[in-house]
Design a protein around this ligand. Structure first.
Ligand SMILES: NC(=O)c1ccc[n+]([C@@H]2O[C@H](COP(=O)([O-])OP(=O)(O)OC[C@H]3O[C@@H](n4cnc5c(N)ncnc54)[C@H](O)[C@@H]3O)[C@@H](O)[C@H]2O)c1
Length: 791
């Protein structure tokens, strides 16, 4: 961007740029620069035009609102224009606004300190979504429209009808014959994250921010897409009204709430500008904790008579102002991409940025997740990028600024050797077993193969091993771990148990007492529970919950370490990928050595013991065969086989004739089955899996499993969350299972229903996002009663 000195030429240049950005923002819902950058361009143009009013053109963006309506929708003429708002970025501009209001109303200028008569203001958060007009005739919703350019908007009636908190009919009575309600359509933070998470999983484009997500969702030509998006409406004003309404802004909003419209829970009345500033500070402090994104607060003169008297200027009312918060998104340059090595060896790209101030904090690094993310962003070194820092969240690169790539931009390349230890870096592979075959695809993660010989991985592994939720060794912070590794005293977690008094005392910052304390906590850590120990090992993808599950259901380190992946997947919530990680971890010689050394050096695992087959899924012969994914043999085929033969061996050895006798067992299935078991190694493996399942006490062919076909909830997956009053969640689980349902620990698109009691949190939120039906406790009791269960 070249800065032209001549204001007239600069104004033309700015108008062109702003028009382009308006089009991208309002029409395409695809801005290419952050709002803060846009605001700078806009304010620069405004300043030029204020200094030289003769430069103002009627089509200047400073004289207009928004962008043109998309022709794909029908158009709607706004009888009362839908305007924008003036902005204040600091306290002084707010005081100037208040002064202009008082002057405009001929209110006493005030004392020496400029206090004067306090004007009452209606205060609300400024939701970051898009303005929408809803038209009610005789209480019925007849039309919904976007703001468009302020005088013409788009007809989005079918879409607004899908928004859950937009009443199709007003409640109560006494509404004006014609009532145009105005407010913001937005997506809350959780909904925005979930939407982007899904987009990332699908490898498609993510939304830059909740505002674009809301606009993009609302302006869909197919209302069914809009329906699936978590849109909400919050009402903050009115347009055309034929009839009576209260005579103040706050009075009207309370009235609208009576009629069933949602208004802001943060709505307040402030007497004078100081109370407005107080409100701004209060909301600002709570901004990160609010469930939705806001970019400021809005103040409106409360008395309608005053509003009428003040009127409008070009694109904004004189009686309202938006006091903006510091922007969370900024533009900067990607100077380089460096690679960090984590605990599991994952080599992660990190963006090095030209330092930039974002919401009061200088940002010079941002996470890039993995190389797929780099590819998805289309990122090159030298690019201008938009970064976002919201609350305490690690700054993220949101997008590359289009049209600003320098000629010497370089691609981001994953190093072939580990930047820390020089070992090879390999791309992880995703192994999928299906249809009797293995398919291998490339994973998103690259790993340094150096494992514990790589200092970066070793340090992280030890930090994890001693962390609070693992072996909880107090006093072993990151700095000390670094010293222990750098001095060569420790080259595996097992070496911690060999440290001597002299060795620790010689470390930087250690004196007698601290040395004793550290050695004491190392001693104290020698009796971890099995679950903590499994978690502490740092098996990729095995978090605390999975570690607990493994410990509870298999009961011993020996069984866990010998479990075949095909058996582990029978545990609830363990997928093939995790099962393979677990198996590969214990299969690795180096890991075996470390574990042996840990035990030799005095670790005694607690709570080792019984198998707990209750936690393991029941396995029917039919299910077992289905899971082998034999070509041609799907679920029904497997059921028919299981019904005709009594054992797995019998099925393996079946000849043509016996297979032909199986009812409705296709020729394709017969061939598939015989080919599958023709391989001696395969036969052996299958028998091994069967044997281990039985040895682990899984209910082989349990009557419950066989029964569950044809039971009321068979084939359904349920999730329980929050508290229940009538009985515990475990009891609820038993009831549901007795009706044939599977009860899982996490909500996914495949969940049939979620039972949410008081205190339900993220699982309930996820269910709502995924449109999974939710029952409360009473709903569950009713359902149980319908099936003859009365607790
Ligand atoms: N990044 C880009 O390329 C780009 C392009 C164009 C515009 N923009 C952004 O959009 C802004 C201008 O947009 P604008 O004209 O919609 O103005 P605005 O967003 O500054 O303010 C007006 C809007 O605020 C919203 N609003 C939220 N809460 C409200 C409340 N309680 N009362 C009244 N209104 C409320 C309404 O939608 C209203 O239309 C710029 O400041 C910029 O940040 C960015």
């Amino acid at each position: 961007m070249t800065q032209t000195q001549d204001p007239a030429a600069r104004a033309i240049e700015l108008r062109e740029q702003i028009d382009l950005h308006n089009h991208r923002y309002y029409v395409l819902d695809e801005p290419s620069i952050p709002d803060a950058e846009y605001d700078r361009l806009f304010n620069e143009l405004k300043a030029i035009e204020e200094a030289q009013p003769d430069l103002i053109t009627p089509d200047s963006p400073t004289q207009r609102v928004g962008g043109a309506a998309l022709s794909a929708f029908g158009t709607v003429a706004h009888e009362v224009p839908m305007l924008s708002l003036g902005n204040a970025f600091d306290e002084q501009s707010m005081r100037d606004f208040d002064r202009r209001v008082r002057e405009g109303l001929d209110l006493p200028a005030g004392d020496l300190f400029g206090a004067g008569e306090a004007v009452e203001y209606c205060c609300e958060p400024k939701l970051d979504g898009l303005a929408v007009s809803l038209l009610y005739e005789n209480g019925q919703l007849v039309r919904g429209a976007t703001r468009g350019d302020g005088s013409t908007g788009e007809d989005i009636s079918s879409n607004v009808r899908t928004i859950r908190n937009v009443p199709l009919k007003l409640r109560g009575q006494g509404w004006p014959a014609v009532l145009e309600v105005r407010g913001e359509v937005f997506i809350n933070k959780a909904g925005f994250e979930a939407l982007n998470e899904r987009a990332r999983e699908a490898g498609s484009k993510t939304f830059a921010n909740p505002r674009n997500a809301a606009a993009g969702s609302l302006r869909q030509l197919d209302p069914n897409i809009t329906r699936a998006r978590p849109l909400e409406f919050c009402c903050y004003g009115i347009g055309r009204v034929d009839g009576e309404l209260p005579d103040s802004q706050v009075g009207i909003l309370h009235q609208l709430r009576e009629w069933g419209l949602s208004i802001s829970k943060e709505l307040k009345l402030a007497a004078g500008v100081d109370e407005c500033l107080e409100y701004y500070r209060d909301i600002g402090e709570r901004r990160a904790a609010l469930g939705y994104e806001i970019d400021g607060v809005v103040f409106k003169v409360n008395k309608l008579a005053y509003q009428r008297e003040l009127g409008f200027r070009a694109r904004e009312p004189r009686w309202a102002i938006a006091h903006k918060f510091p922007a969370m998104e900024e533009i900067t340059e990607l100077l380089d991409v460096e690679f960090q090595v984590g605990r599991t060896g994952a080599v992660t790209p990190v963006a090095r940025l030209r330092p930039v101030l974002v919401a009061g904090v200088t940002v010079s690094n941002a996470t890039l997740h993995n190389m797929d993310e780099v590819a998805r962003l289309g990122l090159m070194i030298g690019d201008s990028v938009i970064i976002r820092r919201a609350g305490d969240v690690i700054p993220q690169v949101m997008q590359v600024v289009a049209d600003m790539r320098p000629a010497d931009a370089r691609p981001v390349k994953i190093p072939e050797q580990c930047p820390v230890c020089g070992s090879d870096v390999e791309r992880t592979q995703l192994i999928k077993r299906g249809r009797g075959r293995e398919t291998v695809s490339e994973g998103a993660v690259y790993r340094c193969v150096g494992r514990l010989t790589c200092q970066a991985q070793l340090k992280q592994a030890i930090i994890h091993f001693v962390s609070r939720r693992a072996l909880d060794i107090d006093g072993l912070g990151e700095k000390i771990v670094e010293q222990l590794v750098d001095t060569g005293l420790v080259s595996s977690p097992a070496d911690l148990y060999l440290l001597t008094y002299e060795q620790v005392l010689a470390l930087e910052g250690f004196a007698e007492i601290s040395t004793k304390n550290l050695l004491g906590s190392i001693q104290d850590s020698k009796q971890p529970t099995l679950a903590r120990f499994i978690y502490a090992l740092g098996i990729p993808d095995v978090g605390e919950e999975t570690a607990k599950l493994l410990a509870r259901s298999l009961g011993s380190l020996q069984r866990i370490s010998q479990a075949l992946p095909e058996v582990l997947v029978y545990l609830p919530d363990v997928g093939m990928e995790v099962a393979h990680e677990i198996h590969a971890f214990f299969d690795d010689e180096h890991n075996q050595t470390v574990i042996r050394q840990l035990l030799e050096r005095g670790l005694v695992l607690q709570e080792e013991g019984e198998l707990n087959p209750e936690l393991a899924a029941s396995v029917s012969l039919a299910e077992f065969i289905t899971r082998l994914e034999i070509p041609g043999v799907a679920k029904t085929g497997a059921e028919r086989l299981a019904a005709s033969f009594t054992s797995l061996e019998a099925i393996m050895q079946a000849d043509w004739l016996e297979l032909k006798r199986v009812e409705r067992f296709t020729e394709k299935a017969q061939t598939g089955l015989r080919d599958y078991f023709a391989d001696a190694q395969r036969r052996e493996r299958v028998l091994q899996i069967e044997q281990q399942l039985k040895a682990f006490g899984m209910h082989w062919d349990s009557p419950r499993a066989a029964q569950s076909e044809g039971m009321p909830l068979s084939g359904q997956t349920w999730v329980l969350t929050g508290g229940l009053e009538a009985f515990s969640r475990d009891v609820a689980k038993d009831y549901l299972e007795s009706l044939g349902a599977k009860v899982a620990g996490s909500v996914s698109a495949k969940t049939h229903c979620v039972v949410a009691g008081p205190g339900a949190g993220s699982k309930l939120a996820k269910a709502e996002q995924l449109n999974v039906p939710v029952l409360d406790e009473q709903g569950l009791l009713d359902l149980l009663k319908d099936h003859g269960i009365e607790p």
